[in-house]
Design a protein around this ligand. Sequence first.
Ligand code: KMH
Ligand code: ZN
Length: 301
Amino acid sequence: MAKIIISAALTGAIHTPSMSKHLPVSPQAIADEAIAAAEAGAAIVHLHARDPETGKPDQSPEAFRPIVQAIKQRSDAIINLTTGGAPTMSIEERLAPAAQLKPELASLNMGSMNFGIFPMLDRTKDFAHDWEKPYLEGSRDRIFRNTFADIEHILTTGTENGTRFEVECYDIGHLYTLAHFVDRGLIKPPFFVQSVFGILGGIGVHAEDVMHMKRTADRLFGADYRWSVLAGGRHQIRIATMAATMGGHVRVGLEDSLWIGPGKLAQSSAEQVALIRGIVEGLGLEIATPDDARAILSLKG
Ligand code: KMH
Ligand code: ZN
């Protein structure tokens, strides 16, 4: 039976430090979280970086370098660098860490969209840093830009470096955009499709949404794709479980959800990895090691 790949997304650019004291911010904390998640069963660690003083997303290659070095010294987990960065950043800025550090995997966001993080304002009383509130508020009037030209630029730069992609699809149209790049021969199978559920501006978190994504991807890509699923916030584990029962791979981590249960903050991404690992193994399925995942996704290693 095929093994299930667990990805752990450790810090991201959606949540801000005042939402949870457990969100890792410094290079050391992000690397430690990555290693703990890998030890708990994650084969892939998806990385963003932050300014250690303020916790603001920092997309400079210099911010990523010490994180990547520390992880490589202590783990063979697959390193997946964000090219999404944050919706406030330019495409060149977003691409720079992956272009310079040439990881095995990088994210590739498949369409421009609204990306609403402003509802989180309601849940946070006090902000420790000046940037946090306007950053969240600004998502009312900000577009997460991923034009066809942007996607092609990231795709061709990464491919020249031997980097393959976690293809992030936030809606059904993004699958058709992937099909367009497949038709043009710009991406080769197996495609690692990360379906993203529950971002305000993308597809929702109903079981029918998950079924529709899977059915559409099956029809468009047949045996040429590997399906992984993430859901934002409190829906994370429910949707990951649903995907696992359908043979999908799963992504968890504090980038996607700060929670481990109703009203209970997760202390780490590793805690979420351990939870979903227990569910996957309880279903009688096996988790993939990093080398299993390299084989499943045809990575350079
Ligand atoms: N934050 C996730 C919903 C990226 O880094 O390219 C999507 C993400 C984007 O991981
Ligand atoms: Zn990310």
